[in-house]
Each structure stands twice: as structure tokens, then as C-alpha cells.
Design a protein around this ligand. Structure first.
Ligand SMILES: CC(C)(COP(=O)(O)OP(=O)(O)OC[C@H]1O[C@@H](n2cnc3c(N)ncnc32)[C@H](O)[C@@H]1OP(=O)(O)O)[C@@H](O)C(=O)NCCC(=O)NCCS
Length: 221
């Protein structure tokens, strides 16, 4: 990675502990399966638009120490070299009076987001986060599968990302999808200081990549 790419990636790659103080007994494992569903949630994956920015910033404010400012998000939405997706879920049903009867209606809310930067024929995962109330339900998996699908359609040769060395939950998520460790980027993160594990899917066009993604997709609730 050259200096300008590194600087760019520093400004676009995100990470934070998934739940502050949470201990995960499976840290270190890189399982490819998805356990029995605890609770599934229907989400619709769509391209992020300007009207999603507040909701996405609210998700990031839950834990990122250096969340992107609104202007960065506007750039993320506008830039043709970036693709950012949101997961939209039906919120708690609300009932409204209509013609003397109670009609069920739903409000929708953004519960997760993930993005790609397309750079020199490669796809770089810039950001992924899920609302803490909606984690562990396959939402990040769905978002990343959608991004990998788009990267493959766009003819990208490979996909890369960085994850905090201690963020084992995120690393398991990426491993399940076929990302493999490529190396350590020392001192990559500054707030707080931490090394990054660089991961990649090196040949996105190989049939094994699609087969793996399809297996993970099929196991989702
Ligand atoms: C990392 C993060 C994005 C994962 O989001 P998520 O939506 O919880 O991820 P998924 O649900 O797709 O997968 C995570 C786990 O849920 C499990 N899971 C998926 N669907 C499930 C279901 N229906 N029932 C039970 N478990 C399920 C997966 O097996 C996986 O288990 P593991 O964490 O023990 O390995 C989320 O924790 C987060 O926002 N963290 C803070 C930001 C962050 O760290 N971003 C990554 C930067 S590198």
C-alpha cells in the first residue's frame, strides 16, 4: 500500500470494539458456520442516500471514537468510486386509527451500514457497523455479501480491509466470508493506538468465492 493509499485508508477504514467491555469466549476462532438463529430480523438492503445520513451517524455514535462527520458522509453518498449500503428494518409496528378500525403500519429504521471504496480495480471495505440492538442477527453478513456481489459484478480483482487486531468478532465475520489474513499494519489505528490486521479475498472471480458466499447466504435466517 503506497503512502497516499495508506492515508486514504486511514481516513476511511473504521473500527471499534463491538461492545465495550464485552468478553467473547470464542475470540480467536474463525468458524465458517452460522449458529442457530436466536432471533431473525427482516431487512432490506439498499444504496445509502442523503436521507440516511443521520441514522447512519447515530449508529456510528454508539461506539466509534472518531465517527465520520456529515460532510464525509455526503461525499460517501455522492462519489461514484464509493458504494455504501444500508440495512433497513421494519421498526415496532404502530397502529393508527383509520376509518374507525386499527390498521397496522410499520415505521422503518436503518439498523446497519457497510461501504466499499473502488480503487485501482480493487474493492476496499471502508466501514461496517450494525446498531447494537440488532447485532448477531446476520445483518453485517448480509451487507458484506451484497458488497462482495457488487464488487464481483464490477470486475474487481480482489477485496481488502483492515480490522483492529483485537476485534475478533469482526475478523470472524470476515473470515466466514472468505477474507484471509494478509499481514499486520503496525500502528495503523491511532484512536486508540492499535495494529491493523489486513485481510483480503485475493481472487474475487474464482468460483470458490461465489460458492462460499452462497453457502453463507443459504445459512442466513
Ligand atoms: C462487527 C459487527 C459489524 C458485526 O455485525 P453483526 O450484524 O452482529 O454481524 P452478523 O450478525 O452478521 O455476524 C456476527 C455474529 O452473529 C452470528 N449470527 C448471524 N446470524 C445469526 C442468527 N440469526 N442468530 C444468531 N447468531 C447469528 C454469526 O455467526 C456471528 O457470530 P460470532 O460473532 O460469534 O462470530 C458489529 O458487531 C458492529 O457493528 N461492531 C462495531 C463496529 C465494528 O467493529 N465494525 C467492524 C470494523 S472492522
Amino acid at each position: 500500500m503506497n503512502a497516499s493509499h495508506k492515508q486514504h485508508a486511514k481516513n476511511t477504514s473504521r473500527d471499534r470494539p463491538s461492545r465495550p467491555g464485552a468478553q467473547d469466549p470464542r475470540d480467536g476462532a474463525a468458524d465458517c458456520s452460522i449458529p442457530h438463529a436466536i432471533e431473525s430480523v427482516d431487512v432490506r438492503i439498499e444504496r445509502m442516500a442523503m436521507h440516511h445520513i443521520d441514522a447512519v451517524m447515530a449508529i456510528d455514535a454508539q461506539g466509534f471514537v472518531d465517527p465520520w462527520p456529515a460532510e464525509t458522509w455526503r461525499h460517501e453518498v455522492r462519489d461514484d468510486d464509493r458504494l455504501h449500503l444500508v440495512a433497513v428494518a421494519a421498526d415496532e409496528p404502530a397502529r393508527l386509527e383509520s376509518r374507525g378500525a386499527h390498521s397496522p403500519t410499520t415505521r422503518e429504521r436503518v439498523v446497519g451500514h457497510a461501504g466499499l471504496l473502488f480503487l485501482a480495480g480493487m474493492a476496499h471495505v471502508s466501514n461496517v457497523a450494525v446498531d447494537s440492538d440488532y447485532q448477531q442477527r446476520g445483518i453485517a453478513t448480509r451487507l458484506l455479501i451484497a458488497l462482495i456481489d457488487r464488487a464481483r459484478e464490477r470486475g474487481c480483482a480482489a477485496a481488502t480491509l483492515e480490522a483492529r487486531a483485537a476485534n475478533k468478532r469482526a475478523q470472524r465475520l470476515y473470515s466466514r466470508l472468505g477474507f484471509q489474513p494478509l499481514g499486520i499494519n503496525r500502528g495503523y489505528y491511532t484512536k486508540p493506538p492499535e495494529d491493523a490486521l489486513v485481510m483480503s479475498i485475493r481472487h474475487l472471480d474464482e468460483p470458490e468465492v461465489a460458492e462460499r458466499i452462497n453457502r453463507v447466504r443459504a445459512a442466513l435466517p
